[in-house]
Design a protein around this ligand. Structure first.
Ligand SMILES: C[S@@+](CC[C@H](N)C(=O)[O-])C[C@H]1O[C@@H](n2cnc3c(N)ncnc32)[C@H](O)[C@@H]1O
Length: 394
C-alpha cells in the first residue's frame, strides 16, 4: 500500500512517541542529519525517524510563511508548504471576509490549511476541503495543533462534489501546479477557474478566488472585483472578489494594509527625466494602477510602455519607491564605468525595465570599486536605451 505511506507517516508523527521525537529533532542542523538519524534509529523505528527529520525540514522552510511559533507546531507536506498562503496575506483576506459580515466560509482546496487557519482566527467557521488524503490529514492536524479544531471542519473530498449551501461565503485556491510546473491557463487550474467562478457566484454573501498575479485582466469576470496583493514589496497573488464592488480594481500592499483603487485615469504623459524616479510596487503595476500612483506624485512616464514614473516632486508614498537621480545618459557601458569610477561607487544596484542587459554581466564589465553606493536604472527614455543613476531616498 505505497500510496498510504505518507498518510501513515503523518499518523506516526501524531502519536506521543512521534511528537516527542519531533521535539527532539526540532533544531537539527542539516549537516548533522545523517549522524542524528543513525543515533535515533537505535531507539525508534526507521520510518518514524525519517518522517520526523523530514517534517522538521519542512517546518524550517515554513517559518518564512507562518512565523516560527506556528510553523514549529504545524504539519506540512512538501507541496503544502510551497502552495500555502503566507499568514500575513491570509490574515488580511480573512479580515476582509469578516468585515463583509461573513461568519462561515467553505474553503475549497484548503491545502494544509493556510487560509482556513486565518479565517478561523478571524472568528469565522470553516469547512476546509481537499481531495488529497495526506494534505487533508495535515490540515486537520494543523487545526488541532493551533487550537482551532472547534472552528475548522476538514473534509477529504473533491470540491466539485461538496454542497456549500450552508455557508455564507466561498473561498477557493485552486492548484496551479501540474506535473510539469506552474500552470498559466486558468482553465488548467484544478479545479478550473470557470468552475470556481460558478461556485463563487452561488455564495450567498461573498466569495474570493485566489489566482496567479500574472492573470490577464481580460480573464477577470465583469461581476468581480480584482485585487493584487504584495507583501514587503513582493507580489504574492491576485484575488477575484464576488459580492463586493463589481468592476473595482485595487492594489493592496502589506504590511499596512495600504490600498490603491482604480479611478479610471488615462495613461500618464511621457516626459524627460526629472529629479526623481519612482519605481511602483509590483502590485500597483500588475493592477495597471501606475497612472493612479503617478497622479499622487505629480509624475509622468519616462517611456509610454514602461512603469517608471518621473517627477520633480519628492512625495512620500507607499505605492512606489523614490530615487533621486543624479545623472541620466544614453546607454553606454564605457561611460557608465568611467562615471562610477569618478564617483567611487563600489556598491552598485542594477535595476532594469525595458532593457535586455543582464545586471550581473553589466556589473562584471563595469567592475564597481570604491566606498560609495548607487543604483543604475537600465531602461528606455522615450524609446531610446538609457541609464539613470541615483540613490534611494530614505
Ligand atoms: C494551492 S493549494 C491550496 C493552499 C491553501 N489555500 C493554503 O493556504 O494552504 C490547492 C489544493 O487544491 C487541492 N485540489 C485540487 N483540485 C481539487 C479538487 N478537485 N478537489 C479538492 N481539492 C483539490 C490540492 O490537493 C491542493 O492541496
Amino acid at each position: 500500500m505505497a500510496d498510504n505511506e505518507p498518510v501513515n507517516d503523518l499518523a506516526l508523527l501524531l502519536t506521543p512517541e512521534g511528537r516527542a521525537l519531533l521535539e527532539e529533532v526540532r533544531d537539527t542542523d542539516p549537516a548533522q542529519e545523517l549522524a542524528v538519524a543513525t543515533r535515533l534509529r537505535r531507539e525508534h523505528p526507521a520510518e518514524l525517524v525519517s518522517a520526523a527529520l523530514g517534517q522538521a525540514r519542512l517546518r524550517q522552510r515554513a517559518v518564512v510563511k507562518f512565523g516560527a511559533e506556528d510553523a514549529e507546531r504545524m504539519f506540512f507536506t512538501p507541496n503544502g508548504v510551497e502552495q500555502s498562503t503566507r499568514a500575513s496575506v491570509a490574515a488580511y483576506r480573512a479580515r476582509r471576509f469578516a468585515e463583509l459580515g461573513v461568519t462561515s466560509v467553505a474553503d475549497l482546496c484548503c491545502g494544509i490549511g493556510g487560509d482556513a487557519i486565518a479565517l478561523a482566527r478571524a472568528g469565522i467557521r470553516v469547512l476546509a476541503v481537499d481531495r488529497d488524503p495526506l494534505t487533508a490529514a495535515a490540515a486537520r492536524a494543523n487545526a488541532e495543533a493551533l487550537g482551532l479544531a472547534g472552528l475548522i471542519e476538514v473534509r477529504e473530498a473533491d470540491v466539485t462534489e461538496v454542497d456549500t449551501a450552508g455557508y455564507d461565503a466561498v473561498f477557493a485556491d485552486p492548484a496551479r501546479r501540474g506535473g510539469r510546473g506552474r500552470i498559466f491557463d486558468p482553465e488548467a487550474y484544478s479545479p478550473p477557474l470557470s468552475w470556481a467562478v460558478s461556485a463563487a457566484r452561488r455564495a450567498p454573501r461573498a466569495a474570493a478566488l485566489k489566482i496567479a498575479p500574472g492573470v490577464p485582466h481580460e480573464a477577470v469576470p465583469e461581476d468581480a472585483e480584482a485585487e493584487w496583493i504584495s507583501d514587503g514589496g513582493d507580489v504574492k497573488e491576485a484575488v477575484l472578489w464576488f459580492g463586493t464592488e463589481p468592476g473595482a480594481v485595487r492594489a493592496t500592499l502589506l504590511p499596512g494594509p495600504r490600498t490603491l483603487l482604480a479611478r479610471g485615469l488615462p495613461d500618464p504623459d511621457v516626459r524627460p527625466p526629472g529629479r526623481y524616479l519612482y519605481e511602483p510596487d509590483g502590485a500597483v503595476i500588475r493592477a495597471h494602477l501606475v497612472a493612479e500612483a503617478a497622479e499622487e506624485l505629480d509624475g509622468g512616464l519616462l517611456d509610454a510602455t514602461i512603469a517608471y514614473v518621473t517627477s520633480d516632486a519628492l512625495r512620500p508614498t507607499p505605492y512606489a519607491t523614490a530615487y533621486e537621480i543624479t545623472d541620466h545618459l544614453p546607454f553606454n557601458v564605457k561611460k557608465l564605468k568611467a562615471l562610477l569610477r569618478e564617483r567611487g561607487v563600489g556598491n552598485l544596484t542594477v535595476k532594469k525595465r525595458g532593457s535586455a542587459v543582464e545586471p550581473e554581466e553589466l556589473r562584471k564589465k563595469v567592475k564597481p570599486q570604491g566606498p560609495h553606493a548607487a543604483t543604475v536604472f537600465l531602461t528606455r527614455v522615450a524609446g531610446a536605451p538609457a541609464m539613470l543613476i541615483g540613490h534611494r531616498c530614505e
